[in-house]
Design a protein around this ligand. Sequence first.
Ligand code: NAP
Length: 583
Amino acid sequence: MAKELYDIAEQPPLGVVPPKMHAWLIRPDRFGKPMEAFQKEVVNTPPIADDEVLVYVMAAGINYNNVWAGLGIPVNVIGARNKAGEPEEFHIGGSDASGIVYKVGKDVTNVKVGDEVVMHCGQYSRNCEWVKSGGDPMYSPTFRIWGYETNWGSFAQFTKVQAQQCMPKPRHMNWEEASAYTLVAATAWRMLHGWGVNAIKKGDVALIWGGAGGLGSMAIQIAKAAGATSIAMVSGEDKFDYCMKLGAKGCINRNEFDHWGMLPHWKDNAGYAKWLKGVRAFGAKIWEVLGEKRAPNLVFEHPGETTIPTSIFVCDTGGMVVVCAGTTGYNATVDLRYLWMRQKRLQGSHFANTEQSNQMNELAVRGLLDPCLSRAFTYDEIPVAHQLMYENKHPHGNMAVLVGAKDFGLGAHGKAPVAIEHPTLPKGDVHNTPHPYPMSAPLPSIAEAEAITIADDGTKVKDLMHRGIIACAPGDTIGQVAKIMVDNEIHAVVVMEGGKAVGVVSQTDMVLARQGRTSEQARAMLAKEVMTPGCATCDAGILLSEAVSQMTGRRMHRLVVTENDQPVGVISMTDVVRKIIGE
Ligand code: NAP
């Protein structure tokens, strides 16, 4: 007869499932920092469906997603599930785990009670028409990240997973090591192996961003196993040794370069020339590290906004930049000339499907993938581990917590098939990487459920605009336009033709026109040659916040205001700033 509840690390007899279990729960009324959001509770052990498995969790991996789940932003995962019909008013997180199968649904054939398993975090409905027709489950509308978008993750004595998530635990790894690598390694596997003609192969060269980070450390090893050469990007030479031990041919310290960030405007000759100098020097560094003049045909991307311009530029003709995140920002700029002329590919990638996760795990089972475990915690320390992440005070590499395992270092059976060196991170290493959003958000279905409410004081454009248009004609010289600007203390002049606004000459347009010309030459140019054609307009009756979105979205500082489609004035960012100061 099963006990009602077992203590943590008091393992029930194999296959005996108690009706209740210990778990760390997040509830909406305590959304906030991890130390407050996570609380220990006892809940009913979940029942399983025919294609599901109940796993007794020995150890669980820590990922940033559950910091977000605890904060309740950008998505209230509990509210979203309740809206979708799930009754539980709590969230049990945890998207990585190792453990032992305790119960299987009647349709399960790939695992049996007693099997030692690790789990990947991709869930989807087996009844989805797309999946049934053989489509990649990663494209299924039912796809969810277990333990973040779904409940019953691994921060509990038992976790409920789909049978297809279960994979053999590498015998040579202890419980905490085995629980730490799956999410990042499977993601890196799909990025490198999942994209047809650009899939990594022997002889390829891969540039790996964040080589000492969670994804990058896996990518280096996966590239090595494929017979490819990798170059690891890091932020300090103290991380070189770590990446080289994992298999990188060489490393580059990104702090030696300063051309990062969005591309300069393509009209900005001076800015572009400076950027080009920076990125060429970076390309030369790649050649130096490689020992030959070759461009990487694969670029493994996740920093996003600050690095994509460089990644696209240095990627070889016909090569691929594959991206799974935008840690530094989402508005990546691309010089399309290099993309189309050299026929490069910018490919998005997200987690991995069952087949890819198993291919990755095969590497781990064969001893060819070090889990890069940097720190393991006890069950009681689950909030502490997340709090460290929240404060960016955690080490690089992958972290894990014990759940059912009685102590650290247990669960390994024998030596690894291949002896690989466990690399260690530099002393005192802590994180400094921002995590703007969880890896899955905002998924459309959840985003729809949780509409963002905007605070707005109701100010309209007509309340703040400057009435009257200070304009010039297309044939006016830049010298004349400059005088209009100075006399009227304005930053841009609308170009009017036949009663219609056909363009704007801004200060930026004039300064860019001056590049490579003498003052006299620039002064003699015509407004129509320099202006930004077309005129961004907004109606006087729209909300000021809408006008601000238009300006920031189009990277503009002003809009021509219209009434009945006729230009009547101008609203500028300066007006908005004045209003803020005025308040
Ligand atoms: P991580 O362990 O924090 O590593 C990220 C690395 O990025 C750091 O090691 C850092 O290395 C580097 N980095 C930070 N700022 C940078 C910058 N400005 N320029 C260039 N490199 C920079 O994180 P991770 O686990 O590898 O995950 C990376 C991202 O992928 C996160 O945003 C994560 O949420 C996302 N992710 C997505 C999926 C998916 O399926 N879509 C799956 C897993 C993770 P250095 O400072 O040494 O350069």
